[in-house]
Design a protein around this ligand. Structure first.
Ligand SMILES: [Zn+2]
Ligand SMILES: [Zn+2]
Length: 262
């Protein structure tokens, strides 16, 4: 089994630190882990946050704090190079989780050239500057036109896929982090997303991150989306979005069962 989304940022970049992740993976029968870091922790990725950091006061302060602690991408690259010399009991890959906005495709393309990462996964964390998954600005679905919001969310996802910048699409259900599930029948859009993913040779994540980090009651994609991805033969990679060693591999077995049951 595979866990395609694990973050190392909370520890020092040491061998001892990654070994903690690897030992949980082994315990949970995971034989491959994709490690990735958020672009917001790196100095070189500042431009990606131009819009989100002026959206409101809270977001401005959030990014300001990140910026003060930002590290050079080289720290991560040096760590990867060191880890590639070591024999681990499972396969490891190293990449980035990029906050995608259509305005920054050129910035992302330039970042991509800085180092040949094993993979780049694209995430929709912002809708036109609004960071919808931040706990400190929790929102109520009744205050929004949910159909319109989901249409915009999926349109951004489609442009992410069509940008040809990424190997995969991260957590495609993250807009529901506070229980705001899509109401309308979006199967025609899931089909468009699935076809675009195939055309661009990309995988989609079946992610337990929302269940783990937000207590979402639905594990992974909604049934319509998952069915569409399976029927269209989109490569589906299970992913925990773990930020700590003990969450690696969590619910991966259960999500494999869900995929199998389609
Ligand atoms: Zn994410
Ligand atoms: Zn993540």
């Amino acid at each position: 089994m595979i866990d395609a989304h694990v973050h190392l940022e909370k520890g020092d970049y040491s061998v001892e630190w990654i070994n903690q992740f690897v030992s949980y993976a082994v315990k949970r029968n995971i034989d491959e882990v994709y490690f990735l870091e958020h672009t917001h922790i790196f100095k070189e990725c500042r431009n990606l946050y131009n819009e989100m950091s002026v959206y409101n006061e809270y977001q401005k302060n959030w990014y300001q704090k990140k910026w003060e602690q930002a590290r050079p991408l080289k720290d991560y690259i040096d760590y990867i190079e060191k880890l590639k010399q070591i024999d681990f009991p499972i396969r490891l890959k190293f990449g980035l989780e990029v906050c995608y906005s259509p305005e920054h495709e050129i910035d992302i393309a330039q970042m991509k050239q800085m180092y040949s990462f094993d993979f780049l996964v694209g995430s929709i964390h912002f809708i036109d500057g609004w960071a919808f998954s931040h706990r400190k600005q929790r929102w109520d679905r009744n205050d929004y036109d949910m159909d319109e919001l989901y249409e915009r969310y999926y349109a951004l996802m489609l442009s992410l896929i069509n940008s040809r910048l990424f190997s995969g699409l991260a957590h495609p259900q993250s807009l529901q982090c506070y229980g705001a599930y899509p109401q309308k029948d979006f199967r025609h859009i899931y089909l468009q997303l699935a076809q675009a993913l195939c055309l661009n040779d990309m995988y989609i994540e079946e992610s337990s991150g929302l269940a783990i980090n937000y207590g979402d009651k639905q594990l992974g994609m909604n049934a319509d989306m998952l069915e569409c991805m399976v029927r269209c033969n989109v490569p589906i990679l299970t992913a925990s979005d773990a930020h700590s060693p003990q969450n690696v591999g969590l619910y991966i077995k259960e999500m494999n069962d869900l995929i199998q049951s389609v």
